[in-house]
Design a protein around this ligand. Structure first.
Ligand SMILES: Cc1ncc(COP(=O)(O)O)c(C=O)c1O
Length: 371
């Protein structure tokens, strides 16, 4: 048996390499998912399912599209419902990224972006984030863009997985103007935008309606298992992506769309509760870092990730260091290098875990920083 040659372009995710071997009793600070219960409106919607459970239009359940449109200040025909934001990213890449072209991706950045570019036959080109807080640095991105005449798409992710860094409106505007001027697909991945610590990070639609925003109920609404996401943008960008998504999966599971609709209808309360949950967890983490490592930290712009500097001795082989933390200290964290060379000196610690897990996890990590 021989797999298709395109598969050779995909490397197995280092995140899975760490999490798959998790020993019993280990504290999970690795995976990026909410650990609190699915909010009640979604649970009730799943119980109240009407009789038939049929297909819905490829673009998604009309009421859900309306709710997403209202949330984003868009019109219904600017909304495509997808299987998570990942489904939106896949469909957009397949529809618009020409083989042989290049896609600008943040470094460090979400591991799926380079893989999706390669699956579309393109080459991912990393652009750096600001060196201080890993925020969007328009000058750095535009420099890479200017040196990449064969770029077909640019991906933004504010606030960022894995760094939690955001960006300001002016930086977004400058990047958007450059992409519009060159006719490039600009995708703004805003899945973490509502998980912030005070000020809501800027969104692409505040500066232009000529890019595509992707998001989902997976993070802020606490429902990654529903697999409901969306793309917002000009129907001219979305229609070809809808065709790809339709052939790939037909549509997102209908009951999941009912549940997502119930979540969207209670957005204010659900998102406020999620922010309170991550605020409480952040405080537990910050307190533990102060107590056990003597570190004073400030919260990220958003997300539930703390991008933590590694001890210098771990920079040479961050993956081996993370495996030691997993197998000896029994704490699962992800080496920043998994997200690109720009993350080499850090690790990603997810504070979506419970406060007790965070306190115990940091206590177990402390000897590795001291020694
Ligand atoms: C930055 C970012 N974008 C997209 C996704 C995909 O999420 P989903 O498909 O659940 O919306 C993730 C998941 O971790 C993520 O971190």
């Amino acid at each position: 048996m021989k797999t298709a040659s395109r598969l050779s372009l995909l490397k197995p995710s280092p995140i899975r390499a760490i999490t798959d071997g998790t020993p019993p009793g280990a504290i999970p600070l690795g995976l990026g998912e909410p650990t609190w219960d699915l909010p009640e409106p979604a649970r009730l919607a799943l119980l109240r399912a009407p009789g038939p459970c049929g297909y819905v239009p490829h673009a998604g359940l009309t009421d859900l599209r309306k709710a997403v449109a209202t949330f984003h200040g868009a019109s219904v025909d600017e909304v495509l419902i997808t299987t998570g934001s990942q489904g939106a990213l896949f469909a957009l890449f397949q529809a618009w990224v020409e083989p042989g072209t290049k896609v600008l991706v943040p470094d460090p950045g979400f591991v799926a972006y380079p893989a999706l570019a390669r699956m579309a036959g393109a080459e991912p080109v990393p652009y750096p984030l600001s060196p201080d807080r890993f925020r969007l640095d328009a000058d750095a991105l535009l420099k890479v863009l200017a040196a990449t005449p064969d770029a077909s798409a640019v991906i933004l992710n504010l606030p960022s997985n894995p760094t939690g860094g955001g960006g300001d409106l002016d930086a977004l505007r400058r990047v958007a103007e450059a992409c519009v001027a060159r006719g490039l697909l600009l995708i703004s991945d805003e899945v973490y935008r509502d998980l912030h610590f005070g000020v809501r990070p800027p969104g692409l639609r505040e500066v232009t309606d000529r890019g595509v925003v992707v998001s989902s109920v997976s993070k802020g609404w606490g429902a990654p298992g529903l697999r409901v996401g969306w793309a917002i943008g000009d129907p001219a960008w979305l229609t070809p992506a809808r065709v790809v998504h339709g052939y790939a999966v037909t549509g997102t599971a209908t009951p999941a769309q009912w549940a997502a609709l119930a979540l969207l209808e209670h957005s204010d309360a659900i998102l406020a509760e999620a922010r309170a949950a991550i605020r409480g967890r952040w405080e537990a983490l910050a307190e533990a870092l102060r107590e056990h490592l003597g570190q004073t930290v400030s919260p990220p712009d958003g997300t539930f990730y703390h991008f933590m500097p590694l001890p210098p001795s771990a920079h040479v082989d961050p993956l081996a260091f993370a495996l030691r933390l997993r197998d000896e200290a029994k704490v699962v964290v992800i080496p920043g290098l998994a997200f690109g060379e720009g993350g080499r000196g850090h690790l990603r610690l997810s504070f979506a875990a419970t406060p007790e897990q965070l306190r115990e996890g940091v206590k177990r990590l402390a000897p590795y920083w001291r020694g």
